[in-house]
Write a new protein. Structure first.
Length: 281
């Protein structure tokens, strides 16, 4: 049991079972990485192709451990005011007017707007997802180092704010660029593979109970074959789920060449990829 009274899994297998209860089927390697991150209180850096379930893993970890889920979506130009905190200037101005210019407590915590990083540090227990960190700038990576190393941030007007219990921090990357070694050194690392056909069938059946075993197997097999082609964006599990849901909505019981061709827009997102797959079909 952790400091907040939540029951922590006693083994990677127990964590995998907890994740399965939320609908997330983790393989042995990912369950081990998640278990070690929990026990060692270390950030976990997940890399892998888009759609393999990295973001969903962080959401499932929060649900399985009873922690608050906080997500920071990264993008080019992200800075501290969007990721960490900002001052509530309208309230500060009202305060100045009410106190006739008294600035003594102008930079008080009550005037601070907590963004995702600060929210995760101040709320325990929490799972902090720093999603697609490879999309952020180098400067933001450097800014993250204090959060990852010390579970703390420094606000010039207030000083350092440190988490009583460090959040479980999960960083994801689709590897659109290489993340700096300084950030990786502070994390445990795991490469998230596409699931085997058998595991993907289980995922489809778990998330979409109305899909038959036969159709799930056909979708998983077709998705696996697409991933072996030289596509711009091979389908991930997320796309397999979309495809199976579309076929189920259409009442398709058996995946034929005709139904596959007609519904490729649910699983492929580039015209060139659709044309390539149609040639193979």
């Amino acid at each position: 049991m952790d400091a907040a009274g939540n029951q922590e899994p006693a083994s990677p297998g127990e964590l995998a079972a907890l994740l399965a209860s939320t609908g997330y089927l983790a393989d042995d390697g990912l369950a081990m990485a998640g278990f070690l991150a929990l026990r060692l209180r270390r950030p976990l850096f997940l890399e892998g192709d888009a759609g393999v379930g990295k973001t969903a893993f962080a959401q499932a970890m929060a649900q399985a451990t009873g922690a608050r889920f906080v997500r920071l979506q990264c993008y080019e130009g992200l800075d501290a005011t969007q990721a960490l905190y900002d001052w509530d200037f309208p309230r500060q101005i009202l305060h100045l007017r009410a106190t006739e210019g008294n600035e003594a407590d102008l930079y008080d915590r009550r005037f601070l707007i907590a963004r995702p990083l600060l929210q995760a540090l101040e709320h325990s227990p929490s799972v902090l997802l720093v999603d697609e960190v490879d999309r952020a700038d180098d400067e933001f990576e450097a800014f993250l180092l204090e959060v990852l190393a010390d579970a703390a941030v420094t606000i010039p007007e207030l000083g350092q704010i440190k988490a009583e219990t460090p959040p479980l921090t999960i960083l994801t990357s689709n590897r659109t660029r290489e993340v700096h070694d300084a950030l990786k050194r502070r994390c445990l690392y795991h490469w998230v593979e596409h699931p085997s056909v058998e595991r993907e069938v289980s995922i489809l059946r778990t998330r979409l109970p109305g899909v038959t075993e036969r159709l799930a197997a056909q979708v998983a097999t077709a998705a696996k074959r697409m991933r072996d082609l030289d596509l711009i964006k091979p389908p991930g599990v997320a796309e397999s789920l979309d495809w199976a849901a579309a076929l189920d909505t259409l009442g398709v019981a058996d995946l034929t060449t005709e139904t596959a061709t007609a519904t490729l827009g649910a699983v492929l997102k580039y015209r060139e990829d659709i044309e390539r797959v149609r040639e193979v079909l």
